[in-house]
Design a binder for this molecule. Structure first.
Ligand SMILES: NC(=O)c1ccc[n+]([C@@H]2O[C@H](COP(=O)([O-])OP(=O)(O)OC[C@H]3O[C@@H](n4cnc5c(N)ncnc54)[C@H](OP(=O)(O)O)[C@@H]3O)[C@@H](O)[C@H]2O)c1
Length: 277
């Protein structure tokens, strides 16, 4: 029986596909961009999965034993709830849901999806990671290359986590028993301010990278031409949480699940050096 991986081009999804493939686990990739995903993972079972097209959800879960469930950050809950219902009808046994640190007690759509999974009585594990290191190789890559990282994060710290660790945890809980009903809060090993982040990047690259703390207003003005309004609102709220100190926490859940420490930011910087070179 197969494992369905949603968002297989996502920061975590693509790493999860690699881990499951290496372990010889049968996977089905439920892709939003089908051709892009086929090119990235030749020879694997790639099917269309578009949260805006209900029939694709129903088809993607047929013959599947477990689902890794994720969606873009600014998504409503209804499409993922529909996928959970389709999974239940198709006889899926387990759902592993990627959400985010700090959603407990909120009415965030990710929390609504989790409540729906609980009510479905499917076996589940919830993953609550903090901010990903991979944001620095994707949305912030151009700024780092140009020499200045501007974020409305003040001098607050975050224990950034490598998406490879989240994927490794997801693979573990998808393929081995003992994690049902649990929520893992996933962080990296070190609490770092953005100033410390650029210092590590600068050391790795052999040139100065600056951190420019900006206000919420300056941030909104800089990104509004490039991002949908809902995403700007989401990011603005997330950065407000950083400035309030909500990310200044770290856990040992990666160590507990994997039996090894999480990847450090220095290791991440070394592994992705070419992105900013
Ligand atoms: N980034 C972080 O620091 C962070 C931290 C904590 C939690 N999270 C959570 O992690 C999740 C992933 O966020 P991310 O920002 O890292 O994004 P991502 O997973 O890197 O990218 C979004 C994924 O969603 C897919 N997608 C877009 N529209 C879709 C649709 N209509 N139907 C199906 N799939 C669709 C994209 O596929 P295509 O590429 O094919 O369009 C892509 O694979 C979110 O729930 C977010 O809240 C992120």
């Amino acid at each position: 029986m197969k494992i369905l991986v949603t968002t297989p081009s996502g920061k975590v999804g693509q790493e999860l596909v690699k881990v499951l493939k290496e372990r010889g686990v049968a996977v089905r990739l439920g892709a939003h961009s089908v051709e892009k995903t086929r090119q990235a993972f030749p020879g694997l079972d790639v099917v269309p999965l578009d949260y805006g097209v209900p029939a694709t959800l129903e088809a993607a879960v047929q013959g599947v034993a477990a689902v890794y469930l994720a969606a873009p950050g600014d998504f409503p809950s209804a499409p993922e709830k529909a996928l959970v219902d389709a999974a239940k009808r198709a006889g899926v046994k387990k759902v592993v849901k990627l959400a985010a640190m700090g959603i407990e007690g909120s009415d965030n759509p990710m929390r609504q999806v989790e409540e729906h999974i609980r009510a479905s009585r499917l076996a589940f594990t919830f993953l609550h990671p903090t901010w990903f290191m991979q944001n620095f190789t994707t949305s912030h890559a151009g700024a780092i290359k140009a020499g200045t990282l501007a974020e409305p994060a003040a001098d607050k710290k975050t224990a950034f986590i490598d998406a490879r660790d989240i994927a490794a945890v997801a693979a573990e809980v998808l393929t081995r028993p003992g994690h049902e009903g649990k929520t893992y809060t996933l962080t990296g090993p070190d609490l770092l301010s953005r100033a410390e982040v650029v210092e590590i990047l600068g050391k790795e690259l052999g040139r100065k990278v600056a951190y420019l703390p900006v206000t919420d207003e300056q941030f909104r003005a800089a990104v509004k031409a490039h991002l949908p309004e809902s995403y700007v609102e989401l990011l603005s709220a997330l950065y407000a949480g950083v400035r309030a100190g909500w990310t200044e926490t770290k856990t040992d859940d990666v160590q507990k699940v994997l039996g090894r420490p999480p990847i450090s930011f220095a290791r991440f910087a070394k592994d992705h050096r070419a992105t900013w070179a």
